[in-house]
Write a protein that binds this ligand. Structure first.
Ligand SMILES: [Ca+2]
Length: 438
């Protein structure tokens, strides 16, 4: 990473939001381009991740990309391809362009048709409208008040599939409530102008029950081609929430499926079951931050696990993904969580990481700009400080790569842009918007 000296000075001396926005604009007008060689380096998790074993990258072809010892060696994979896939290397040279920096804990990205991109700022609860051609990003008015702290705040942003005619935008966020908070999804109409704003905001989903936690609320939004909206929901980290992850009377630890107006599809798997919340689509999740549809419109998720237990799952309606009953990890204290990695009726992950990568967003590449990457899975790695690339064949992971490790940055988000480039957000209080192109 290179930061221009004048920008460093500006960062030190100038703290106002206005100045930060002009800085972003200045940076976007003169993007910093670096050519990224694939390097094999030691990757260090950020402070406080509590990993006993740090992820380590440095394989030769045919050997696993991960060379560090597992944190839970007594847990063995259920099948050969379930962890430590052989390393693959990207043959296509690519460059990294820094389009903006000084973003404050960004989380979600959504591209508008034509030009422009929405970026959420988690803690501050701001929705920014940024341009990719150097124009100054502006704050969109009309965003609901959020409980912004730690992992919570304003999270994902998604455009309605009929955005071209409806201008409807969906936001997920930690909603402040009596007795704590909970994830909510609001939809509103975007009105371009000075300033741009959201109007006619209406909450279409509220995760229940309310708990007091700043962690593990999920928050990823994925629209299916049939118009239904998937929302990923975490179990809040605290024990009171964790024990609800497989409970059909609770939204915690679930993926739910709703219609764009907030009503529940009649063909949801538990819609006719007494005592079950009808919005539930799948259960037994810890904290799903990455979700994407593949070419067959199947839902895949990258799930933040405990120490040694991050997972990639293929989601099917009504299935139970096992948290906290089964899994491959352990508590960050080193204590045991699971008696076993398998149980009848509980789904196995397609892949797991021990040590963990700490997955943020997941995107499945479908564009032509990088033919080599077509169909590959890309995961924004937080503690692993890598863009994780997975090659799948017949729903098994047959190759893994860790990209951008030399930058030593936590990656929060990755998304495919309209022209087929990959766009990334780094994490934290001085975060960047990056673009990967051939
Ligand atoms: Ca699981």
């Amino acid at each position: 990473m290179r930061v221009l000296p004048k920008d460093v000075q500006m960062l030190r001396t100038c703290g106002t939001a206005l100045c930060a926005l002009s800085l972003i604009a200045a940076c976007a007008a003169d993007p910093v381009v670096t050519h990224e060689p694939e390097q094999q380096v030691q990757v260090r998790p950020a402070d406080g991740e509590g990993q006993a074993t740090e992820p380590r990258v440095g394989p030769s072809n045919g050997q696993p990309v991960e060379t560090a010892p597992p944190n839970v060696p007594e847990f063995k994979p259920a099948f050969a391809e379930q962890t430590r896939a052989p390393a693959v290397h990207t043959q296509t040279p690519f460059k990294v362009t820094e389009l903006a920096h000084d973003l404050d804990n960004p989380w979600g990205i959504a591209f508008l048709p034509g030009a422009g991109v929405f970026i959420t700022e988690k803690i501050a609860g701001r929705l920014l409208l940024a341009s990719l051609d150097g124009a100054k990003p502006v704050e969109v008015q009309g965003v609901p008040r959020v409980a912004g702290a730690d992992q919570g705040g304003l999270l994902d942003v998604a455009l309605s599939p009929d955005y071209a005619t409806s201008q409807l935008v969906y936001l997920s966020y930690y909603e402040p409530r009596e007795g704590g908070n909970g994830l909510a999804v609001v939809r509103a109409r975007f009105v371009a102008g000075t300033p741009p704003k959201l109007e006619r905001a209406r909450v279409v989903f509220r995760m229940q029950p309310t708990l007091d936690s700043t962690k593990h609320a999920g928050g990823r939004l994925v629209f299916a081609p049939d118009g239904a909206l998937f929302i990923t929901l975490g179990e809040r980290s605290i024990l009171q929430g964790r024990v609800q992850a497989r409970d059909l009377a609770s939204d915690l630890g679930k993926i739910v499926r709703i219609l764009p107006d907030g009503t529940i599809p009649k063909d949801n798997p538990f819609s006719a079951r007494a005592g079950a919340r009808p919005e539930i689509y799948s259960l037994g999740h810890r904290n799903v931050l990455g979700a994407a549809l593949d070419a067959q419109n199947r839902l895949w998720v990258a799930e933040m696990g405990p120490r040694g237990g991050d997972e990639l799952n293929l989601i099917q309606p009504g299935k139970d993904y096992g948290w906290p009953t089964i899994g491959y990890g352990e508590e960050y204290s080193g204590e045991r969580i699971h008696q076993s990695t398998q149980a009848p009726g509980l789904e196995q992950p397609v892949y797991y990481w021990d040590p963990v990568i700490s997955p943020g967003a997941l995107t499945i590449y479908s564009a032509d700009l990088f033919p080599e990457w077509k169909g590959n899975f890309f995961i924004a790695g937080l503690s692993s400080q890598a863009l994780v690339r997975l090659v799948l064949k017949a729903d098994r992971v047959v190759g893994e790569a860790r990209l951008l490790t030399s930058r030593k940055e936590r990656f929060r988000s990755v998304v495919q842009g309209p022209e087929g480039a990959l766009y990334l957000l780094t994490d934290g209080s001085n975060a960047k918007l990056l673009r990967l192109t051939p």
